[in-house]
Design a protein around this ligand. Structure first.
Ligand code: NAG
Ligand code: NAG
Ligand code: NAG
Ligand code: NAG
Ligand code: NAG
Ligand code: NAG
Length: 492
């Protein structure tokens, strides 16, 4: 009987021991965060006499008892207090859960939770604590000057992270023009520093291109470090553009941006009728005293570049007077031609000549006969010389006629003014005559402006090349105001 009793008790004991369990769990926490180390004892009716915690961490590689919870005294530190640990469980509820705040990498390790029961003794479980360390990100950039050799643009660093961070450059818009090289260094404390370097040839093409660095790590949401490639270069081609009827502005690509200086004949511009404001050159009035060589120089620490503008203000007042004189002349020629054509001239001559014989009709018939013969001979000579003269005259007049009367009768005054301007400017001013077309829309006595974008001059200020003449539209807008001509024929 007693044997049976003992067997039953033993069986009960065994069943209870089999069901009894300590539940823990694995924990992963980001450095500086809080870690809950769970530990619960379940399926037991035995009395709990003590909960104790042991640890084996990076800081303390030897397994040691550091915390005990007794029903009488409550939680107690063993071998030094660490206020970061708090007992948040419940002794009566067989809940030994601990809270560890401000976790550091040194806390990483294995925590063992031990329940001491009566009579079955101690029961434990291990709770591994995994600490993630977010990387310390930084970006260092270089600013190379434009060149042909590959250089380092920037380095992107994800320092001391656990697990290793991934460092990438978002180079897709640039494709093959840049390349990245990545290296990693691992430390004994389990952290890794990842460095990615961005290389490329410093060309104008890659300048101002955005290539952000993206750091991906388990302990951190993706972090993007913005980076824009900066390539320094000296001022490129300098352009002078007209921004308003009286203002010229200098433009040049450069990095860092260029400083602009305007010079007149090699010296600083200082004149009441011209003002300089940075890249701007403004003429306050169009007078011939502005005539000069203006130079715009763009410079930065890497070099300089310049462009010259030759301005010549020419007053072309006389043009119209000459035009009307020529027009009158052409009109007379036309009238003469008309007279000739309608035989008016001949009739007038005939009537003039016809009167003479009438006046000498009292002379003898012989004399009259002789004089008639002489007249015939003279007429023959006159006929031949007149023929050649008339032919030439006719050709000239015919051309004029076609131009001025039969085809362009209505526009004749304009044409002659144009022709006059053409001739007058060509002869007296040496200008290129197509500019005179402007005069049509201009007012008599006003000046005209013609401006070239590029004027290439040699060291003796001789004009070598002219380009970028303004569009007709632009010139037409300008026509009514002033006329600045470039005497480009003079020195070439
Ligand atoms: C044990 O204690 C922790 C912390 O107070 C709590 O979150 C958890 O729910 C408890 N477990 C049980 C089974 O009561
Ligand atoms: C790990 O070691 C590296 C190198 O010695 C050190 O710079 C870093 O601060 C350490 N990290 C932690 C979290 O202690
Ligand atoms: C650089 O790029 C930005 C954005 O694409 C643009 O706004 C800026 O004007 C550029 N700067 C230069 C100097 O080209
Ligand atoms: C982080 O970047 C990776 C690729 O670099 C991507 O797959 C992931 O979705 C990104 N995560 C977030 C939160 O943006
Ligand atoms: C450009 O001008 C600024 C201000 O006038 C001056 O500080 C700077 O040194 C100049 N840079 C160069 C390259 O001359
Ligand atoms: C422009 O560059 C030339 C050499 O290329 C140098 O002699 C000159 O001093 C520079 N001018 C300025 C204003 O920096």
């Amino acid at each position: 009987m007693a044997y049976t009793m003992l067997l039953l008790l033993l069986l009960h004991q065994v069943r209870e021991t089999e069901a009894l369990r300590v539940i823990g769990g694995e924990k992963t926490v980001v450095q500086d965060g809080n870690a809950v180390l769970p530990c619960i004892l379940i399926e037991t009716q035995e009395s709990l006499s003590q909960i104790s915690w042991q640890r084996r961490t990076r800081e303390k590689p030897q397994n040691d008892n550091f915390y005990t919870i007794l029903p009488t005294t409550g939680p107690q530190f063993v071998g030094g207090e660490d206020k970061r640990f708090t007992f948040i469980g419940n002794f009566k509820g067989n809940n030994g859960t601990l809270l560890l705040s401000s976790v550091t990498l040194m806390d990483e390790g294995i925590y063992t939770c031990i329940f001491t029961l009566f009579p079955s003794g101690s029961h434990k479980t291990e709770i591994p604590l995994n600490v993630l360390v977010p990387p310390v990100t930084s970006l260092e950039s270089n600013t190379p000057t434009v060149g042909k050799d590959e250089v380092l643009f920037a380095t992107c660093t994800a320092a001391v992270s656990k697990p290793p961070a991934e460092v990438k450059w978002n180079i897709s818009p640039l494709g093959e023009k840049v390349r990245a090289a990545t290296s990693a260094t691992q430390y004994t404390n389990g952290t890794t520093t990842t460095i990615s370097s961005l290389f490329g040839v410093p060309t104008l093409e890659v300048n101002n291109q955005s290539v952000p660095c993206v750091v991906t790590s388990e302990a951190l949401a993706n972090e993007t470090l913005p980076f824009t490639i900066q390539v320094h270069f000296p001022p490129m081609e300098v352009n002078i553009i007209k921004t308003s009827p009286n203002t010229f502005e200098c433009e040049s690509k450069a990095n860092p941006p260029a400083n602009f200086t305007w010079k007149r004949s090699g010296e600083a511009v200082s004149q009441p009728s011209v003002t300089v404001d940075g890249a701007k050159l403004q003429f306050l009035s169009w007078t011939p005293d502005l005539n000069d060589l203006y130079e715009c120089e763009a410079s930065n620490q890497h070099g300089n570049n310049s462009h010259k503008l030759y301005i010549q203000v020419v007053v072309v007042k006389d043009c119209c007077v000459a035009g009307w004189v020529l027009f009158a002349l052409l009109l007379i020629l036309n009238a003469l031609w008309a007279c000739y054509k309608f035989e008016l001239l001949r009739r007038i001559i005939a009537s003039v000549r016809g009167r003479q014989p009438v006046a000498t009709s009292s002379n003898s018939p012989v004399r009259a006969q002789e004089s008639l013969q002489v007249q015939d001979q003279q007429a023959e000579v006159e006929k031949i010389s007149n023929c050649a003269l008339k032919t030439l005259f006719m050709v000239i007049i015919f051309l004029m006629h076609i131009m001025l009367f039969e085809v362009y009768y209505i526009f004749a005054p304009i044409i002659s003014v144009y022709l006059c301007c053409w001739l007058a400017t060509a002869m007296f001013l040496g200008c290129s005559c197509h500019f005179c077309g402007l005069k049509r829309s201009g007012m008599p006595g006003r000046n005209f402006t013609v401006f070239y974008k590029h004027a290439l001059l040699d060291s003796k200020k001789n004009l070598l090349e002219l380009g970028g003449q303004m569009s007709n539209k632009f010139r037409a807008n300008l026509g009514i105001h002033a006329y600045v001509m470039l005497k480009f024929h003079t020195n070439v």
